[in-house]
Ligand binder design. Structure first.
Ligand code: GLN
Length: 201
């Protein structure tokens, strides 16, 4: 099994390491690779769009021709997880902060996201989340994090913080407003890996 991490900007190596740790803990043979272009994207069975700067990542995935291919793979049911900036890019709608920067959203999940939703005073913080399906609290790291303002249709809330949705799932897609690659707890990455092992696409 090969999992790719979009490696154009942002928190790439941390995700690669987290996927490797999750593979080890699950006793599954797998590889985590950087995806910089179409050639690598063709090879993977699962994908992570990392945190970073959503405007920059959106520009770079357009420029590298990856945008349409990510959408095609998503429609073909390949599991994809977007974290922080990646969470923003998965959304169908953005708030004013997203729209005024001309960010090209991939538009794959039935949700509206708000950029930098936790305010300037709290650029980064850690908190324990109750995540649906997890048997104990999960320590989450938020860095200039977005929030999922609204979901509709098939999109499902997996965790909230201060009345804001911070983890959501829609079929083969997962959006996390926080950074699961920055803690040792691999449970969120395992959600993605389990999805990859259970789908045929
Ligand atoms: N605030 C950033 C953005 O809007 C996201 C921050 C992050 O990914 N850590 O793109």
């Amino acid at each position: 099994m090969k999992v790719g991490v979009i490696a154009l900007q942002g928190a790439v190596s941390e995700h690669i390491e987290a996927v490797k740790r999750a593979f080890l803990e699950m006793d599954v043979k797998g590889e985590a690779i950087q995806v910089k272009g179409k050639r690598e994207l063709k090879e993977v069975q699962g994908l992570i769009i990392p945190g970073g700067e959503s405007t920059t990542i959106s520009r770079l995935i357009e420029k590298s021709g990856l945008s349409q291919m990510i959408k095609d793979k998503a429609f073909a049911k390949m599991p994809i997880m977007g974290t922080c900036a990646g969470c923003i890019l998965l959304a169908k709608e953005g708030d004013l902060e997203v729209n005024k920067t001309d960010t090209n959203l991939l538009g794959l999940m039935d949700m509206k996201v708000a950029r930098n939703a936790f305010g300037r005073q709290r650029e980064s913080f850690e908190t324990k989340l109750e995540i649906k399906g997890f048997d104990s609290p999960y320590k989450a790291v938020f860095i200039r994090a977005p929030a999922i303002e609204k979901i509709w249709s098939e999109c499902e809330t997996l965790a909230t913080f201060e009345d804001k949705i911070v983890l959501a799932r829609q079929d083969n897609l997962i959006a996390a407003a926080f950074h699961p690659e920055l803690t040792n707890d691999t449970r969120v990455h395992k959600l993605l890996l389990n999805m990859i092992m259970n789908v045929d696409f």
